[in-house]
Write a protein that binds this ligand. Sequence first.
Ligand code: 5GP
Length: 346
Amino acid sequence: MHIDLNPKLDFRDVLIRPKRSVLSSRFEANITRSFRFRYASCGWTGFPLIASNMDTIGTLQMAKAFQPFNALVALHKFYQPEALIAALRETPEPNFFITVGTAPGDWERLAAVKKEIAVPMLNIDVANGYTENFVKSVSRLRDDNPDAIIMAGTVVTAEMAEALILAGADIVRVGIGSGSVCTTRDLTGVGYPQLSAVIECADAAHGLKGHVCSDGGCTVPGDLAKAFGGGADFVMLGGMLAGHAECGGEIQYQQQGGERVAKTMLFYGMSSETAMNKYHGGVADYRAAEGKTVEVPYRGEVKRTLDTIAGGLRSAMTYIGAENLKEVPKRTTFILVNAQRNTVFD
Ligand code: 5GP
């Protein structure tokens, strides 16, 4: 047994110290970044925000709404090949990853798409990225798709981020147990504070010309600034994008003054009972659900939320004097705090 006595931090444990800056307005803060990848033959330029491949978040409608922001969506893996082929044909520069797991059905689905059209961005997604089988799957995916941008995860430690990059991942997804509808930590006791996971994995990945995506745990726009400040190249969001018109979930309506008004939407983890009932005919006997189901207020179109997120990030960059996203980690000094904010009106 071993105890790591080094402090491990979450977003809520820190704030970012402001610094003198030459930026006079947040308009000058550029949230677009250009990447070249370790393996993929093409680069990518845009706002490195990725909607999670949860079935109520990673939708084709979300991808459309993200286009004007040059942001990305990891599509959930329940789209049929026909829908994916049509979407790829419709979009000359697709802003979405096609997601696969490690099940044979997922690979057959991908093969069916690839028969018709090239797939430029792939996301290989499992809850636990620590298995030998997963590393082998990443290698196989890279062998089959030498030119694609491949994102793989999730893991939370430097040695496993390295292993996935060496196996063929361009981007490693970092985060276990940090998600808003995740119950892994309660059920298993396993996890890693998200900010430290990002800092440690980014350091390891960057040494190998790999990239990392901080996945899960962002609750407010400031958390994205902290993730980028910790070295994340991309940030993936689930809960912060829930409850919008572009989500796949069912809207619950209420009668209000003779009118039918959209009130709430269901949001649930991909390992929740809700998701397992929907896609796998229930929770298998040998496992327990590792996600929960919540009702979130309906929030209309996602554009406003994206504007707020982008605005928050630009403002953070102005506070620390970072003209572009790449400079953010260099300009970031985290300070340990025991309170994030004034809670008098909560
Ligand atoms: P959020 O942005 O909501 O905090 O986190 C989103 C992330 O939570 C997803 O991208 C995914 O990695 C993770 N996640 C989604 N569903 C589940 C689940 O049912 N169980 C667990 N353990 N994690 C989940």
